[in-house]
Write a protein of this length. Sequence first.
Length: 685
Amino acid sequence: MKHFISSIAFLALVFLSASLAAVQPQPFMIEVNKNEPKTIGDIKPAFLVYRNEELPKVSVQYVMKRYVKLFENAESPDVKVDALNRINNLSAKYGLGSKKLIIDEVQQSQAVLESYDKIVDSGVFYQRMDELLYQTAKALLFTGQAEESIKRLKLLIGLYPRSSLIDEARFRLAEAYFDLGDFALAGAEYKKLLAFSESDTFHQKAKFKAGWSLFRQGQYDDAAKHALESLDYHSQLRGANSILVLPEAEQDLAEDTLRLLSIVFSKRDGVADIEAIQNVAGHRDYAYLLYDSLFRFYLRQDRFEEGAKVAISYGREYGEDFYAHAMALNAIKAYNKGNFDIHEWQAKEEYIERFGISSAYWQSLDTSQRELVRPHLVTYLSELSHLYYIRMQNAAKQQKLEETEAFSARARDYYLALASTDEGAANNGDRVFLAAEARFSTGNLEDAIPLYERSAYEELPHLKSSTAGYAAIRAYDQLKGSGSGWTSQLADARVKSIENYAVSFADDPRTPDLLNILAQERFEKEQWLAAFDTSARVVMHNKVKPAVKYASALIKAHSLFNMSRFAEAELGYQEVLKLAKAGDKHALRERLAASIYRQAEQSPDKSIAAQLFLRMVDTVPESSFVSEALYAASTHFMNTAEWSRAIATLNHFREKFPRHEYTMDVDEKLVYAYEQNGELIAAAD
């Protein structure tokens, strides 16, 4: 063995495994312990027994310095190795790495190899030859002499099939073949280990490396099967969405196994192959991990579209799984990173369809899960509603009617879904308003109206609340003016909408205008009381415009007159006269006169009635009712034997209307009144 020592350029204390990820670097410890041969690091030569006894009451540094001197001065190989072993153990245990307290790596390696050479050459320790062969094989592998190492391992396996080191030797032999690129032999040795080992200490790593060996030979199905079986050793991974559920020491192997599976799937049919291998395994315990690993594998290679398709496929295949939404998010991110704008928007739409609040998926979630998904729904609904609103506007400019209508409907749907998803949000009123605007702009008035009203009266107050309420009334008017589809139900709804507006936005400058229109409509329908009430509200409004106030004051007075509330009508006309233009006053004074005249007609007291007739004459002397009023007043005075008043009234009539048709009758009444009043000369005249 001495012939290869001079060729060593670098010998480290740590002997590395040839495994890709299965075996982590281990310190080269000369520890053979027949009772518990778990790993190489636990094995000690028969002549060296290290016991973890209580340390003397001195510093560790002092003890290590003593062992360094012992190593440097000892002649006996067993003493040298024992000293080195203790130095390394103490250094590892207490984390001491000072150059003064450790042995140079090359010196260590030379000492170990020389010691083993002497032991092997002496032939004294033949009872432990399996351990010596194994340690020698390991040292040879570490120094780059893989073929020599393989010979020692094969010799060990052949001569000592019952050795406690046999499993580890087989694994080391398979690793050596793997490092040499002989994957067929490596795979065969891994399989032998799996078939003949008495314990499963190396089974998981062997399955993983057997999978790699098969993959290198192009046997993808078997490679995937072995890799999947390797995952079975991690019970925590079943149904998990991350390898972080494992202890940190186990995560690397799990990650490497998933990477191997991803490479296999990428060489075959991708998602279809994932489902195929799961069918072979008879379970879907690692579905999310497999899809996620393949997705990340594609992303590392900038294969964004393929990665996105993998993520979308998971959502379609496992739509009931809570993490399906997370995988769908991956698809959106992948399309975004790859600048696949159209696909990104489509993925967002599919996300809403599959995981939105109207989906079966949403109904299956508990409260905490919903709060994890909701922010993503709100984000994408906001983006999609805005997108389709803009598309609608652009299509309208280009006069693409079908596209405009389709985009309008989509914008409405997304805005409403957004409001429902983000329930209680302060800006939901704005969202519903935009939904209404989308429909109004395409002429869908009956669709827009309830949305405007919802925005105005049902959602939380917002900056466009009054605008929405007014827009609803505008839409009613436009629908009414179109002459198509206008019904009594719509007419009633329009009235209710105006009333709602007037109550909800009482101080809005548009409120008196709307009420004035409503008052006029009610008047035209001879709904006198409703017209009066509505017009009275307009007249009293603090922001009413003069012209509107005049119009409503007139409706108010007319309504009172038509309800035979003549005294109130008189006051109403007096109020109107204060607001009227000069050209309108003659007709209004005539109405004022009529109001007083009607009061006289209604009075059961003849004397009071006569006085009212005369008040009308005094108030509106130019009225066409004056002759009738004077004649009626004189008649009432005569009936109540108030002869002096009757005489005065009749004379007033004769003077004002000398040619009136009632003149002859007035003269006769006047003669009679004089006679009854004792004025015979006046009667004779």
